[in-house]
Design a protein around this ligand. Structure first.
Ligand code: NAD
Length: 451
């Protein structure tokens, strides 16, 4: 089938590539000329495991095209996806300017019956706005072309996006048009062979499903982070508590890890946007506001542990200290640093007069773009390199390669012999046995400065 995708970011590029991989003829459109030029020359703008070879192969085989020419793109596709960003507006609601700009462009150029698919995460009622915008643009040029607008939210996880796209848990299709639903079923048939993954529903339910999914996951994380604060204060170990509750199938093992707070391009903005949707529709988002508030506080917790260790009042104990920071991306297997916990930590360390030697396996380029050159930040070649000459280590992202460091070597390298473990990667007793002080998240011994 002939498919066009507007927006060549994490969602658009992965979706387009996976659709091409199963044989569809895909055109990816983006307004970012440099990104499109790069893709046409084999430069992949993001890091996702498995993505690069797939993009290159499908591009070389002529099933995956990249362009900035929107009109050409619209003429190509029988199905046109909107996968552009929906960043937060000033009040936290989703800013639809990019989505509606694409809708206007579709209305300006569409010349044959087309199914328009909202894949961006958008507030309930957006499909109606997209439909009106396209209809107005058609009217303005005196054209009469049939089109449907379908909601098909994306559930891929950054870091496992290709895998998720090739083997989705579910494919949600929201539409009141049987013709459009059948077209999307044909499009997704190659991903749906093993068992039925397609869930069809009305448009508004599909739009809300995406927010409900992300808000539920964020709620689990904030819940565990709140319990971890209690654990810390009462002298319990959250890791024991986690194991104690995860074995209950009604609770489950997923998303009950305490940590340095959730980040990324989805949870923070989607929880806020859903809270605004609730308010705008007369519902008080008590739980959603609390989820957001807990996460905001949690992102500052690593620095609180740092202050607790060095406490001499007014940050004086932190001033002049050098911190090795392992992990900058908001989670492993991605270079995405949007809303990453590392950003808050680094800002707090710099504010307190500390310096940072940072290492991330994939996000160094993105970090350079975000922070630029500064005297209090050194980008390092490896985890080992980062600890050289430092006083303390802070682990912010749980990359696999950080899981089993040589603690004896760390104890020699770190002047103040202290590890702040923002993801509870280590066994406290093992770290302490090497002569290091250990602070984790929600582990009772972090309350007081270890002897
Ligand atoms: P992104 O910021 O990585 O990419 C968006 C792309 O859209 C950019 O390349 C931008 O240049 C392009 N763009 C903007 N205006 C355009 C226009 N008029 N025409 C063509 N291209 C245009 O965004 P993303 O992370 O891929 O997210 C896209 C949407 O999918 C968002 O609504 C997001 O909430 C949702 N989503 C994201 C994820 C994720 O893990 N990143 C997962 C599920 C859903």
């Amino acid at each position: 089938m002939r498919v066009t995708i507007f927006g060549t970011g994490y969602v658009g590029l992965v979706t387009g590539t996976c659709l091409a991989e199963v044989g569809h003829d895909v055109v990816c459109v983006d307004v970012d000329q440099a990104k499109i030029d790069g893709l046409n020359h084999g430069v992949i703008p993001i890091y996702e495991p498995g993505l690069e070879p797939m993009v290159k192969a499908n591009h070389a085989e002529g099933r995956l095209h990249f362009t900035t020419d929107a009109a050409d793109g619209i003429r190509h596709g029988d199905i046109v996806f909107i996968a552009v960003g929906t960043p937060p507006d000033e009040d936290g609601s989703a800013d639809l300017k990019y989505v509606l700009a694409v809708a206007k462009t579709i209305g300006a150029h569409v010349d044959k019956p087309t199914v328009v698919v909202d894949k961006s995460t958008v507030p309930v009622g957006t499909a109606d706005k997209v439909r009106t915008t396209i209809a107005d643009a058609l009217k303005a040029r005196g054209a009469d072309v049939a089109f449907d607008v379908v909601s098909n939210p994306e559930f891929l996880k950054e870091g496992a996006a290709v895998e998720d796209c090739m083997r989705p848990d579910r494919i949600v299709i929201g539409s009141d048009s049987q013709v459009a639903i059948e077209k999307l079923k044909r499009l997704y048939a190659p991903f749906n062979r093993n068992h039925e993954r397609i869930v069809t529903m009305d448009v508004r339910s599909a739009e809300l499903t995406k927010y409900a999914a992300n808000a539920m996951l964020a709620t689990k994380i904030s819940f565990m982070n709140e319990i971890s604060c209690i654990a810390e204060q009462v002298g319990a170990d959250i890791e024991h508590v986690r194991q104690g509750i995860g074995s209950d199938p009604r609770i489950g093992w997923h998303f009950i890890y305490p940590g340095a707070g959730y980040g990324g391009s989805c949870f923070p903005k989607d929880v806020q946007a859903l809270a605004r949707i609730a308010q705008q529709n007369g519902c008080e988002p008590r739980l959603l506001d609390a989820v957001e508030a807990v996460n905001h506080a949690q992102k500052g917790h690593l620095f609180e542990l740092v202050q607790r260790h060095y406490d001499k009042g007014e940050d004086e104990g932190v001033r002049g200290k050098a911190f090795a920071v392992w992990g900058l991306a908001f989670k492993p297997n991605t270079d995405d640093m949007r809303e990453a916990s590392s950003r808050r930590l680094l800002a707090q360390l710099w504010e307190a007069g500390a310096t940072v030697r940072a290492y991330d396996p994939e996000a160094m380029e993105e970090a350079r773009r975000i922070f630029g050159e500064r005297v209090d930040l050194v980008f390092c070649e490896s985890a080992q390199d980062a600890v050289q000459g430092c006083d303390a280590l802070v682990v912010v992202t749980e990359w696999k390669q950080f899981r089993s460091p040589d603690f004896a070597k760390l104890a020699t390298a770190l002047h103040d012999r202290v590890v702040f473990d923002g993801r509870n990667l280590y066994e406290p007793a093992e770290v302490e046995a090497a002569g290091l002080a250990y602070y984790g998240i929600g582990r009772g011994r972090s309350v007081r400065r270890p002897a």
